[in-house]
Design a protein around this ligand. Structure first.
Ligand SMILES: NC(=O)c1ccc[n+]([C@@H]2O[C@H](COP(=O)([O-])OP(=O)(O)OC[C@H]3O[C@@H](n4cnc5c(N)ncnc54)[C@H](OP(=O)(O)O)[C@@H]3O)[C@@H](O)[C@H]2O)c1
Length: 315
């Protein structure tokens, strides 16, 4: 099979190669999936560049990509479902094993795939990282129906899902982006749109009950300006020492601070799939790449200027 591999940490354009390699075989409790689509996340190129070398087990030589959809090709011993040929979406938890969704076949634990409608195969591959991140951010913010929510950096993968999930939960959403992403916000139907490059934080329309910072760029003064008393600030990038201090200090603070640490949670994936099936959420797939163009997709993600989600058609 063909697969993206790297032998040493470095920039994706320098170290990623498309190679011919042996097709993996499912072991006990595992399934083999013929990958149809893989979605791109900043996590992918950060892992290749070695940014998380102290946290995750992914060490070169390794593959790339953590979420995929496709058809079940074979079952390992002890696995009876989903049957061969079933359309599924799945994820590879990089905290537990090396990634590798950008390859023609992937082996994962059977519990890490979920059945999807064949018509949703492409859309579903965007849910395990960005979709679940958005859901878990709303949960950290203890978002309740009728509350006012600010989604900062709403034009990207996590942000575009955060807007939709917050609306699903009854939130009244204001969203920020650069000028280039304003059409994305318009298509998401937010209550109010802010161009964060030209409008000062004081004019963003606070106070909000929750601020979901998908670019992790807001400072303490901004948070103070934006949040109502008792409100929650959630950022996507954990940082020391706040990661350790926030849970201890939050009971004493007028506003609560949290950092997302994505948990690959099957129940959350099922929730998102149900919403997808009912048309309640829809991934904003703005660019599609052929398998041979995957490095360009990763480079675009790294530029920080992607709109919505980027998807690679693997086969
Ligand atoms: N901790 C976790 O478990 C976890 C899980 C998922 C994601 N993440 C992290 O969350 C971040 C976002 O992920 P993503 O998938 O949404 O990435 P993405 O699709 O690349 O989107 C990032 C968005 O950030 C916006 N942006 C860039 N610079 C900005 C700035 N200075 N101020 C405000 N917005 C800015 C960009 O939109 P504009 O062009 O409109 O500015 C871009 O669309 C990444 O750093 C990712 O690694 C962490």
């Amino acid at each position: 099979m063909r697969a993206y591999r790297y032998d040493a940490y470095g920039p994706v354009s320098a170290v990623l190669r498309l190679v011919e390699t042996a097709q993996p075989r499912p072991g006990p409790g595992q399934v083999l999936v013929r990958v149809g689509y893989a979605s791109i996340n900043p996590l992918d190129w950060k892992l290749v560049e070695g940014e998380f070398r102290l946290i995750f087990k992914s060490k070169p030589p390794a593959g790339v990509g953590c979420e995929f959809s496709g058809l079940v090709e074979a079952l390992g011993s002890g696995v009876t479902a989903p049957p061969i040929g079933t359309p599924v979406v799945g994820f590879i938890d990089p905290a537990a094993r090396p990634p590798g969704a950008l390859q023609q076949f992937v082996v994962v634990d059977a519990k890490h795939v979920q059945q999807v409608d064949a018509a949703d195969l492409e859309a579903a591959c965007t849910l395990p990282v960005a979709g679940i991140s958005a859901l878990q951010m709303c949960r950290l913010a203890e978002l309740k129906s009728g509350q006012r929510v600010l989604v900062h950096g709403a034009g990207g993968g996590v942000g575009s899902f955060a807007v939709q999930v917050a609306k699903m939960l009854g939130g009244r959403v204001t969203a920020t982006s650069s000028r280039a992403n304003q059409p994305v916000l318009e298509s998401l139907g937010v209550e109010s749109r802010i161009d964060y490059t030209t409008q000062k934080v004081a004019a963003w329309g606070g106070p909000f009950n929750a601020v979901l910072d998908c670019s992790s760029t807001l400072g303490s003064a901004d948070i103070g300006t934006l949040l109502a008393a008792g409100g929650h600030y959630v950022r996507t990038l954990p940082a020391m020492p706040s990661l350790l201090l926030d849970p201890l200090l939050n009971p004493l603070r007028p506003v609560k601070r949290h950092a997302l640490r994505l948990k690959a949670n099957v129940d959350d994936l099922r929730t998102l799939l149900a919403w997808l099936r009912r048309g309640r959420i829809r991934p904003l797939i703005t660019q599609r790449f052929a398998f041979t163009e995957a490095v360009a997709a990763l480079e675009l993600s790294k530029s920080g200027r992607a709109h919505g989600k980027l998807v690679v058609q693997v086969q």
